[in-house]
Ligand binder design. Sequence first.
Ligand code: PMV
Length: 363
Amino acid sequence: MTENDFLSRTNSKTVENGSVTWQSPSNIALVKYWGKKENQVPANPSVSFTLDHCKTTTTLKFHKRESPAAKDEDIDFEFYFEGKKKEDFKPKISTFFKRIENYCPYLREYHLEISSENSFPHSSGIASSASGMSALALCLMSLEKELNPEITNEYFNKKASFLARLGSGSACRSIEGSLIEWGKHADLSDSSDLYAIKYPYKVDAVFQKFQDTILLVDKGQKQVSSTVGHNLMHGHPFAEARFQQAHDNLHNLKPIFATGDLNAFMNLVESEALTLHAMMMSSNPYFILMKPNTMEIINKIWEFREATALPVCFTLDAGANVHVLYPKKNKVEILEFIKNELVAYCENGQYICDQIGNGAKKL
Ligand code: PMV
């Protein structure tokens, strides 16, 4: 499919007003997306686990305006976060609406009221853009479906992922579960830079309900946003090698997923996490998002794994928090280790127990 397939057709129905609510999860990348081209096209393919508990719930209320907003006018919306009107969140949503207006021209005909809340603490350092943008994209698609009831579920999900990507790249991986791939890759003929797909090959049962305990090391505002970080991959001395590595890692994951080879999985996932941060440290300007406690936790995980041979590993996103990944069958002993040895490194002892989930839900 190309961008043109997502341009809206003529509406087959008239809708005066309505309301829709979607709950959409966050996701954690195993092969990381870092670096992008124009129009939110990723510089390399990525793959992620969809999460279950870290999610955003968004309600979209729409009322038909007397006349549509003019071409030079912005799309007419209000935004509420946890019940309060939030003017400072509006610019990000305005930018999103500008990027998608050709694909959703019907938005000009409505006054939109968007209300969102997160299941995780707002200032937890957990990126809410993936869950937030995917929940909003799904709400917009529900309005599109009311206007065009004939659209298929497949088109609905693909376009929701396509729109979410234009809000925040990694958000396109939050529509479905549980293992999701985004970005053109030679092994996956249906893969696309424009939207994410369900990972199409065999995945061993050991990865079902895989656990992700998120250790909140630093809940403060990041010094460098991911937008700035992605842009620093332009002209980065290691960029091409890194993009090729991501392609290779995705290829190498195929037999790992199929056979449930946890040692190879942990090696690849940790290498990806450290490479992501190595790219940050070797860009210009350079920056470090890990904190001393991030390193303490990583070392403790390695010591524990060495001592017990239990399958536990870490990954990182663009921040200091650590995602501890392990199979469900080892939950009791690994959670015990986390509580006894790792929680001390978390800000105010805070952590979130999550697991792999099945994707967004309409409420
Ligand atoms: O979706 P963005 O632009 O916030 O970028 C996310 C980048 C990482 O979380 C670091 C990696 C990824 O693939 O999710």
